[in-house]
Design a protein around this ligand. Structure first.
Ligand code: SF4
Ligand code: SF4
Length: 339
């Protein structure tokens, strides 16, 4: 039976999104990486290990995700995985664009890496490569098949935008054929290269999707994918009038770590010096005010305060000037699975 549930924030599990570098071989049109704010350095293995130790207490309840840029460009990623595995993290994931540099699949083991998580932004070569670059579709598909053949569990991340929403109905058979275990849908934000005034917008069209496009398409397609036994997760985005708003910065335990030492609790704050924590001499310390924690406290009718500040085009108001809906925390997810 297909079941949908809203995944509530949990204090009992921690997610650490560890950007070990910001360098990447691709230039995806919606890339949110901002080296000016997040650093351009590649962390030495000794620093990665020291920062992992800062999160090592109760590590078995913590999920660790290695990201970049492209994390497999880091020659010491296998060493970082081994160190994290020995520290006992509850799960270890490597996010990748599929290029799998430095022969990573031969240097880590399925017992150490719980998931290789690939990114694709089109169900067809044409659409994906227009967004992510020539050759990226075929490389990603080959990478997924290779990872599966070596016994790794695989997941796929797909960012919905106006450039690819027309072909999401082609995803279910593709994902089934690829043997994907988990599928994550993201919604394009107004950050990074997809921001409005950015000239890299595709055919000068906005990449954002409307509320009705999202609601009429995503839950339906997610249900079809779940029928194949694939667990699907997608952001809730819009809250109904009776639904409670909560800010993950206050009620959940997520850390977004960048190579310049900044550590954020909210991904929408990453383009600003609003981090609430910072690594100093490899110790995790509170950052000076004003920072994201001061914003999390604000209780506004529109829901997420950072959305109102940096993505106000996502909001809509009635004639009385009241918001027509609340925007949920970007970390609040719906999960669909076939039990
Ligand atoms: S693969 Fe990821 S980090 Fe690299 S350009 Fe694309 S979105 Fe950015
Ligand atoms: S996205 Fe909004 S609601 Fe979620 S943690 Fe950030 S500020 Fe809070």
């Amino acid at each position: 039976m297909i079941r949908t549930k809203t995944v509530t924030f949990s204090k009992n599990s921690t997610n650490i999104f560890f950007h070990i570098l910001t360098k990447c071989n691709l230039k995806c049109r919606h890339c949110y990486i901002n080296p000016g704010q997040q650093g351009k350095n590649t962390l030495p293995l000794a620093v990665i290990c020291a920062w992992l130790e800062a999160f090592a207490q109760d590590s078995n309840s913590k999920n660790l995700i290695f990201l970049g840029g492209e994390p497999t460009l880091h020659p010491d990623l296998p060493g970082a995985v081994e160190y994290a595995h020995n520290l006992g993290f509850g799960s270890i994931t490597i996010d990748t664009n599929g290029y799998l540099f430095h022969d990573i699949l031969a240097k880590v083991k399925p017992g150490e890496v719980d998931f290789f998580s690939f990114s694709l932004d089109g169900a067809t070569r044409d659409t994906n490569d227009r967004i992510r670059g020539a050759g990226s579709f075929d490389t990603c598909i080959t990478g997924i098949r290779k990872a599966n053949s070596k016994g790794f569990a695989t997941s796929l991340i797909f960012t919905i935008s106006s450039a690819n929403i027309h072909e999401v109905d082609r995803l279910p058979p593709l994902l089934k054929d690829l043997g994907i275990d988990r599928f994550f849908i993201q919604i394009i934000g107004l950050r990074g290269r997809s921001a409005k005034k950015n000239p890299t917008r595709i055919r000068n069209q906005t990449l954002q999707v409307t509320k009705s496009q999202w609601l009429n398409t995503i839950p339906r397609v997610a249900g079809r994918i779940a029928e194949f036994g694939i667990t699907v997760t997608y952001p809730k985005v819009f809250l109904g009038p009776a639904e409670k708003f909560e800010c993950a910065g206050l009620v959940a335990d997520n850390y977004f770590v960048f190579p310049n030492g900044r550590v954020y609790r909210c991904p929408l704050c990453e383009d600003f010096a609003l981090h609430s924590l910072v690594f100093k001499n490899n110790r995790l310390t509170p950052a000076q005010k004003l920072n994201e924690r001061d914003l999390f406290q604000l209780n506004i009718a529109e829901g997420c305060v950072m959305n109102k500040l940096i993505q106000p085009d996502n909001l809509s108001y009635n004639s009385a000037g009241e918001p027509e809906y609340k925007i949920a925390c970007c970390l609040l997810k719906e999960e669909i699975r076939n039990d």
